[in-house]
Design a protein around this ligand. Sequence first.
Ligand code: UD1
Length: 425
Amino acid sequence: MAKLTIRGEHRLHGTVRVGGRKNSALPLIAATLLADGSSRLENVPRIHDVATYREILQSLGARADWDPVHGRLTVHTGALAPREVSYHLATAMRASYYLLGVLLARFGQADIPLPGGDKIGQRPVDQHFKGLSALGAEVWIDRGIMRARANRLRGATIYLDVVSVGATIQLILAASLAKGTTTIQNCAREPHVVDVANFINAAGGHVVGAGTDTIRIEGVDRLVGPIHSVISDDIEAGTWMMAALATQGDVLVENVIPTHVTPIIAKLREAGAEVLEGGDSVRVISRERPRAITVKTLPYPGFPTDAQSQMTALLTCAAGTSYVTETLYDDRFRFASELARMGARMRVEGRTAVVEGVESLYGAPVQATDIRAGAALILAGLGAVGETTVYGLEHVERGYEHLEQKLLGLGADIRVYDRQGTAVG
Ligand code: UD1
């Protein structure tokens, strides 16, 4: 298991540049399979999930040329075929489920093992199935494999019972090649939904309303691979912003769209940070211990669930008692017991964590259980007294690019070890 050791109590200071958004890049990579010819994606994050997705594309016969220096992925779909995706690749992440709608729309058939991803509670796919069925597909689960068949998808009006980013993007992808008009109601409004719609439109499709709760898609017969730049990662940006407050540091986060991190900025200000917004940057300055606050996760533009763990970690050292309510996932406080090893005083009551701030945490060995929980433990370790070892670093590397270099660049005292226990970097 890869691990990271941190000697805490170093104030982070300096500049960090955010990469492309994971939750945009992955559906965009899936979307390239809808298009004839070649698509080029720019600003693709150098994260493990992208490498896995590339393997999936290759297993389906597509060519996926990766230029890590420029974060550029070029996909050629000439030899693409609707093969069954392997269990190991599909279960390495959640976003593999987008191939269900994509291969179905392109070939009339798709066989994708149920996806994996962070273990943060129940994560059903019923809305994906409901939507694809409404588009005329037969969709079922056969011994752990999602199977879908259709002659040609046809447009429909679909009301989503829950606001789901995954289902909204799934249905945009599938409907883009359907016959006729699809209307999706009660959509997710995340900027990555807009990013996917922009890609489809650049490829010759017709998607309107992305970013609102009703999206209309006019299906086309053919899409042609465009050049598209992935939007920047709000959660990576938010993590660095919160790290500044966790260490009473001064961090300039570049390549961020400030309006995408409005709720994080608001909460950091409430907690006592000075936040300066630039055109495509945010600077967070903190000189003292954070103040206790109340946080509740909600779909965009509410406070993102993917930033909840890091915020909770930061609040373990706030002055006073904080309340953090998680409304999206029913098991997203698993890291609480790990923070307790570092001296955090918190209890989970239903969907709310009650966090009694302590003066400071102390270093301890801890285990990352998912991407954001891992980031939260790193934040805790950065501010703690003594040495922290975060095991399970591979979870974090699924979603954070150049983690080690970025932390070192901000003055953290850290060391990364690979699975063999050898120090890397
Ligand atoms: C996506 C992200 C994940 C992120 C999460 C929260 C991808 C591939 N995954 O996950 O990284 O942590 O958003 O931002 O982008 N729901 C249903 N039925 C469905 C689909 C969803 O009940 O068919 C529920 C979920 O259980 C959850 C809520 O709707 O409570 C939101 O889910 P959704 O926005 O789809 O997130 P995920 O795809 O789980």
